[in-house]
Design a protein around this ligand. Structure first.
Ligand SMILES: Nc1ncnc2c1ncn2[C@@H]1O[C@H](COP(=O)(O)OP(=O)(O)O)[C@@H](O)[C@H]1O
Ligand SMILES: O=C(CO)[C@@H](O)[C@@H](O)COP(=O)(O)O
Length: 523
């Protein structure tokens, strides 16, 4: 048994969790970093490598202090991050600018072009990412950068997912030829899959845009699952983090994937990782591609199973925006939420404030709240937004089940379910089934599980989960809520597919994009 460190880079902060892998969590440290957004361009969301590194140093220091242990006793370190969060680098892995964060939607035109050519070429990879390539995904972001940075192209060597850049930095990689890449990040966000020999063929990529000529080679490196050790903690980073040099660092992964493992995910479970956004995660031995579900990838969540990911592009940030607009905090606005009856507000809220990730894949949609009267409050809107996130999650879960993913248990993981019991109860009522919530789950527990595998404490994910995962608290559905939520869900579906443009006739699908177009500044 060993003490290990699990690092989890979220949207606004990094969390370092120290775990005794035979006993449980010892300490936690967090540190925030800025997210750069622009009111004049809501699609822009960026972060800097330097800010990430500074925050990691601080978070680890805080974690060691809170655990009261000597950093020299930490036997392994693992890192997960958001994604597709992409940075372009030169040959020595120096950033050529800031990261395009996962929620950056500047690459809409590039994503549409990739989807268009993929459809024309009948590219198999498109089916495995749900039938549309997203502006949240890496290839679109890379092409956007190439199109908009003609002066940087000469120094461009490759693009890296945040998890791969962190692992490369911490293990002292100084040249692109030594890069290790995460099958999880590259599989879900870059159409990498061993089924068709890795990335999509170069002639497809060149057809998308000649700026992508030769890109397949530039996205090389050793691709691996997270049970593979990527390297050893460098002297420099051991000194900075207060840890021992030479400890193993496994190949990284996307945050929600390891959060699912940390929440005890097994075959038959759907894990809703509810945080800034929501990722709905499941695993299976053999899963077909599912229309509208933006990723079915072997080895992503669990190294030897197929991982399925779908989600909502806004959740906690939508709640926070409701509180901010009302001049208050989410904590204050949440007080008294437990007094609401299902559907009491008379409001129906679509969680499209950051576009739709699944099942429509439409970043051009915007949030809707329907049913306002003159007496409604911000708290009413918050409750309706929680119900809306639950309805949207139900649409995704139903699509997954129709696609052949068995869902026997629903687990709520991520940061919000730990702090908002009302949300868990609403989810149980809307889904009409029990919702399990790991009791006292520290963010980063999943990351510790992969650190523990790298330390050699356990032979496989399941035995590490048995030792490390938390027991569940169960939220049972209230049968009386069903009478309200069933008809309300019917209305929600009508709105969702109506304004999402997928219903026939698609009479309303143009309304939200048109609102956005008219809001743009005129030249
Ligand atoms: N009590 C709460 N109820 C609802 N949302 C909350 C609450 N506390 C924090 N949030 C939201 O949770 C999000 C952060 O989620 P978390 O899972 O901690 O981080 P991340 O998504 O970065 O991994 C923020 O958008 C924040 O506004
Ligand atoms: O899309 C993924 C993972 O695939 C996430 O990184 C992204 O939704 C952001 O996650 P968080 O909401 O910060 O937990």
């Amino acid at each position: 048994m060993a003490i290990v460190a699990g690092v989890d880079f979220g949207t606004l902060s990094v969390r370092a969790t120290l775990v005794d892998d035979g006993k449980g969590p010892l300490g936690l440290g967090t540190a925030e970093y800025p997210l750069r957004r622009k009111r004049e361009d809501p699609d822009h969301a960026s972060q800097s490598h330097a800010d990430h590194l500074e925050a990691l140093t601080l978070a680890m220091k805080r974690a060691l202090a809170s655990a009261g242990i000597d950093g020299a006793d930490v036997a392994a370190l693992a890192v997960d991050t958001t994604g597709s969060t992409v940075v372009m680098v030169d040959e020595a892995l120096r950033p050529l600018g800031d990261y395009y964060l996962w929620c950056d939607h500047r690459a809409k035109a590039e994503a549409e072009r990739i989807t268009e050519v993929a459809k024309a070429e009948n590219l198999e990879a498109l089916r495995w990412c749900g039938g549309a390539y997203s502006s949240e995904f890496g290839l679109a972001k890379l092409l956007h950068w190439l199109r908009h940075n003609p002066d940087g192209r000469g120094r461009f060597a490759t693009a890296l997912e945040h998890c791969d850049m962190m692992v490369a930095t911490l293990t002292g990689v100084t040249h692109v030829s030594q890069i290790r890449r995460s099958v999880c990040a590259m599989g879900h966000k870059w159409m990498w899959n061993p089924r068709w020999g890795g990335l999509p063929p170069q002639d497809f990529l060149s057809k998308v845009d000649p700026l992508l000529d030769g890109i397949r080679d530039r996205l090389g490196g050793l691709y691996g699952t997270s049970d593979t050790v990527a390297g050893r903690l460098s002297e420099k980073w051991a000194a900075r983090l207060g840890l021992k040099p030479g400890i193993p660092v496994p190949i990284g992964a996307l945050d929600a994937h390891w959060d699912a493992i940390g929440a005890g995910c097994r075959i038959g479970d759907a894990v809703n990782v509810v945080g800034t956004s929501t990722c709905v995660m499941a695993i299976g031995p053999d899963v077909p591609p599912i229309q509208g579900v933006s990723g079915v990838v072997p080895g992503s969540i669990h190294p030897s199973l197929v991982g399925i990911e779908a989600g909502l592009s806004a959740t906690g940030d939508m709640f926070e925006a409701i509180a901010r607009r009302a001049g208050t905090s989410i904590r204050a606005l949440s007080e008294g939420l437990e007094r609401y009856r299902p559907g009491e507000t008379g409001l129906l809220r679509l969680a499209w404030d950051n576009g739709d990730r699944n099942v429509l894949s439409r970043p051009d949609l915007g949030g809707i709240t329907l049913g306002w009267n003159l007496l409604h409050t911000a708290q009413d809107e918050l409750f309706a937004a929680i119900e809306g996130a639950a309805f949207h999650t139900r649409i995704i879960l139903e699509r997954m089940m129709e696609g052949g993913v068995p869902v026997k248990r629903v687990v709520n993981a991520g940061g919000i379910p730990q702090n908002n019991p009302v949300l868990n109860q609403v989810y149980a009522n809307v889904l009409g089934r029990p919702v399990l919530v790991p009791d006292g789950l520290p963010t980063g527990l999943g990351s510790s599980i992969f650190a523990s595998l790298a330390a050699g404490s356990y032979p496989d994910v399941e035995s590490a989960q048995d030792a490390i995962c938390r027991p569940y608290r169960v939220f049972e559905p209230d049968p009386a809520a069903r009478a309200v939520y069933e008809p309300l869900y019917g209305l929600f579906r009508t709105l969702y597919f109506g304004f999402g443009g997928a219903a026939a006739p698609a009479a309303l699908g143009h309304v939200l994009p048109e609102l956005k177009r008219l809001a743009r500044p005129r030249s």
